[in-house]
Design a protein around this ligand. Structure first.
Ligand code: LLP
Length: 427
């Protein structure tokens, strides 16, 4: 099963067309930079995942952080998906978009009492608990409200996800989850948890994983622990396998695991489990459905290198600056041009505002439209207004139609909430 990608759209063979929509026309109407997402490509991934999960009692909780635009969350809600959230803001967004609270799981090492109270009030399905302190806080907040909170212990299996260090979460040196020894103590002391039902395990070891080996190793740790707990008489009703499945950022170079092989690994590891399986994919569902449209501002012949300066920058797409991540870059040109080598950069005043170094591209001119690919995940959701650059517009495409799902921010909106210091108070 291969999902529709920006360059392989069955509706129109042209690379300038996505989900049946002409991208240069979108760029002209909406302006650049602009994040564009194909609804069909996202639905195709959802359907492929659902098909792979056939016969399992599984709930897909989309990791909202990957792309939390309301229209994307609504797409997930319409498909019956739940959500994995990590903040009060994500809870609010997901509920606003119509994802039912009973399909929402709450992860993250820094949940506050207020966030926990709001999540209990909303009636979220489950908390993925990451520390003893958080477990006690959950017990306290739940007992104050006289409700029972369902909880899973997030296990840190000390497995290397074989991905970028900044997005690895499953080594014992990382801040996430707790070791099996500590979790064992939580279950043993469970009787004191009058308002927490600790009946699940959770694991998430990292993101953009292109190999099944670390996933299998992490699952094995959790499954061994589940067997141990079951033998000791503890009922485990929920096993959450996290997210992390990688995508193709670099054509001909990245070879993602197929969704069927991924689910087979889960099916195999969790054989005999009779509770509910939770999955938290983010990137895999949305990354390859999105592109960032940007125009060439100018070419600069530096003293040593030739710079292709775009109107998109690190504030619109942080991944290359933060993780040295590769994104394929495709100029949308009508005519054939000779190849050139560029450093592809944005206008932000940082050397790190670089999308690519030494990239071979057809020769570009000022005004040319350029597509940065696979930006549907962790693109707009990680954007900022650094250098006072307003947030870019976001557009959803669906079978020949487009809808602006985030207006380009105005300067006034950019400074909303800021004041001159005309009201002084003493603290
Ligand atoms: N579940 C938990 C508990 C997570 O922390 C994450 C991602 C996911 C699920 C979803 O992972 P995914 O399926 O999207 O790999 N900004 C980085 C990625 C950070 C991921 C953080 N956690 C990037 O642009 O590569």
């Amino acid at each position: 099963m291969t999902a529709t990608t920006a360059h392989a759209d069955p509706a129109c063979a042209d690379k300038a067309c996505l989900d049946g929509v002409d991208l240069p026309a979108v760029a002209r109407r909406v302006g650049t930079p602009c994040h564009v997402y194909s609804a069909s490509a996202i639905r195709e991934r959802i359907d492929a995942l659902k098909a792979a999960l056939h016969g399992l009692d599984a709930l897909v909780c989309y990791a909202a952080k990957a792309n939390s635009n309301i229209a994307i969350l609504q797409l997930m809600a319409d498909a019956g998906l739940g959500a994995d959230i990590v903040s009060g803001g994500e809870l609010w967004r997901c509920l606003y978009a119509g994802i039912p609270a009973e399909r929402i799981v709450f992860s993250g090492v820094g949940k506050t009492a207020e966030e926990i109270a709001d999540a209990l009030e909303a009636g979220v399905a489950r908390f993925n608990v990451e520390s003893a302190d958080e477990l006690q806080l959950l017990q306290r907040v739940a007992s104050e409200r006289n409700v029972i909170a369902c909880a899973s212990a997030r296990i840190n299996p000390d497995v290397d996800a074989l991905t970028h260090a900044k997005i690895s979460t499953g080594k014992s040196e990382n801040k996430f989850g707790v070791g099996v020894d500590e979790a064992r103590g939580w279950f043993a002391g469970g009787a004191a948890l009058t308002h927490v039902r600790l009946d699940g395990l959770h694991v998430h070891i990292g993101s953009q994983m292109l190999s099944l080996d670390p996933i299998r190793a992490a699952l094995q740790r959790v499954v061994d622990f589940w067997h141990e707990l079951a033998a000791a008489g503890y009922a485990i009703r929920s096993l959450d396998v996290g997210g992390g499945l990688g995508v193709r950022y670099r054509a001909g170079h990245d070879h993602p695991v197929s969704i069927d092989d991924y689910v087979d690994a889960i099916r195999h590891a969790l054989a005999g489990f009779e509770g509910r399986i939770l999955l938290e994919p983010g990137r895999w569902l949305v990354a390859e459905a999105g592109v960032l449209l940007t125009r060439v501002i100018r070419i600069k012949h530096g003293q040593q290198r030739k710079f292709l300066i775009l109107d998109a920058a690190m504030n619109d797409l942080l991944r290359p600056s933060l993780y040295d991540a590769w994104h394929d870059i495709v100029p949308l040109l009508d005519d054939s041009r000779s190849m050139q080598t560029y450093d592809v950069v944005g206008p932000v005043c940082e050397t790190g505002d670089t999308f690519a170094r030494d990239r071979e591209l057809p020769e570009c001119r000022a005004g040319d439209l350029v597509m940065i690919k696979a930006t549907g995940a962790y693109g707009a959701s990680m954007a900022s207004t650094y250098n006072s650059r307003p947030l870019a517009a976001e557009v959803l495409l669906d079978r020949g139609h487009y809808a602006v799902v985030r207006e380009r921010q105005t300067f006034e909106e950019m400074i909303a909430g800021e004041h001159s210091a005309d009201q002084w108070e003493t603290a």
